[in-house]
Design a protein around this ligand. Sequence first.
Ligand code: PMP
Length: 335
Amino acid sequence: MTIHNNVTELIGGTPLVKLNHVTDGVKATVAVKIEYLNPGGSSKDRIAERIIDAAERSGQLKPGGVIVEPTSGNTGVGLALVAQQRGYRTIFTLPDKVSESKRAVLRAYGAEVVVTPTDAGPGDPRSYYDVSDRLAREIPGAFKPNQYDNPNGPMSHYATTGPEVWEDTDHRVTHFVAGIGTGGTISGTGRFLKETSDGAVKVIGADPEGSIYSAPSEADVHQYKIEGVGEDFYPKAFDRNVTDDIVKVNDAEAFEMTRRLAAEEGLLVGGSSGMAVAAALKYARANDLDENQLVVVLLPDSGRGYLEKIFDDDWMRANGFGDVVNRTTRPSLAE
Ligand code: PMP
């Protein structure tokens, strides 16, 4: 009998699958690691589990404790999932621009959601950062994971994602590609693969055009539509020494690849996944990677959270991606 004791035992151990249709002439083997198969639907389940484990060990989180974090997305789901199984309350602060469906997911997992005005920036006492700080100070037994600074984020990837990639490729991986948000995924996985391969594995970051990680100067930092990746500051979770190269991808390139992954590879993934694959293929072409190279790309989450955006033709057109829609939509047979 194989019956898991509870759903958190299903975190990690995600599979690799080869890309066959979107690689368009790239000779290297490109395999993707499908993180949406984690129980909470993203790679963030890994960090949630390790952050909570560490906080229990250090005494920051005690029975009856409350987890407070400013997050609207995958990290919230991961934390809520692990927390409920261990009997902790979760409170997430998020700006009112976050869609009702994302708030509903967090509430469904039992989290309490505090909505703050989007126009209140960092430093404003009404902002979602400041409200989470205040709640963490005022609520007895509160613990704030702070995913941007918490070393257990990258450590979770060093301990799980890295070894999985290494073993599942029979030690033959030559390149690892991942988007950079907090930087935890690339720093932890990348460091493990570099140490274990004596520096042979190249680690390539993928970054939205406009984000600080790939911007030539401060004047090049601007808004972009890809979610979950890129920053306008350097978080502690990102180890800048791990990446050999950082490839810049614009919104249109990322969204076109996101739609192609669903339509051609059967992989309904989010925009940061499309971005990471687009970056991997750009890198493979620019560096003329051959048949002996094995590129592993991490796909952080599912496309289900983006049906009203990247997969909605009207939203795409309204946001200036009409060309992408035209290139990726099959003719309708309805006429
Ligand atoms: N993609 C998505 C959808 C995410 O939510 C995140 C996490 N912010 C990332 C990519 C980047 O992962 P990391 O924070 O580990 O750099």
